[in-house]
Design a protein around this ligand. Sequence first.
Ligand SMILES: [Zn+2]
Length: 254
Amino acid sequence: MGGMRLTFMGTAGARFMVMKQLTASGGLYLEEGNTRLAMDPGPGAVVQYAKRKVDLSRLSGILLSHRHLDHAGDVNVMIEGMTDGGFHPQGTLFCPGDALDTDPVVLEYLRGFPREVVRLQPCTRYRLGDISFSTSPRHVHGVETYGFTFGGEDGGLPTLGWVTDSKYYDGIAQDHRAEVMLIHTVLARSRPELPHLGLDDAERIVREAQPRLALITHFGMTVWRARPWEVAAELSQRTGVDVRAARDGMRLDL
Ligand SMILES: [Zn+2]
């Protein structure tokens, strides 16, 4: 039994970065104890997991923050991987209800492959083997979307906070406050008509939540052009918080 280990199977966010694969879009892979969770497997996730020699048939679960393509493009092949093409039903799929209902992203023929399919509810704690996580209130993002905190089940500060896609809202920093925070920054500068976080929003979140370490990831094209690693260094300097840019394949022991 160890602590949490997080691997970035991709750092691309939104359509242009994903369609050009300027960085990979495989989402996040979280391991704790004997539990292995694939999170937001976007297009090409199966390639990234194979490249990093993760045996999909040993996955304990798959978690979707929401049903957009860059977060769920490979969910079906990941379900097949987790269950040996359905021959060995196992594992749990966690997703918002709308990933299963209208214009579903999870194909019906393989919904019986996981042992359980859980429709996420806001502000609820879940346990998958050694991993414990809670959902945030519903994000401001059009489709049903949640952020997450991991650990902290004893009432202490969670180990990991994951600010997934959302427009900025009052309370977003508090809802995801943790020792280490991941922030999806699609835009270099937030825009009122777009339901995504900008680097300006990331700065507000970091200032308010004061994590030990913040990682910006899920880069949109404008953030990529601004060079995320340089932007992160500037954010560190301005806020006094250690802010870094995630890289494809980066691994963190939490
Ligand atoms: Zn989205």
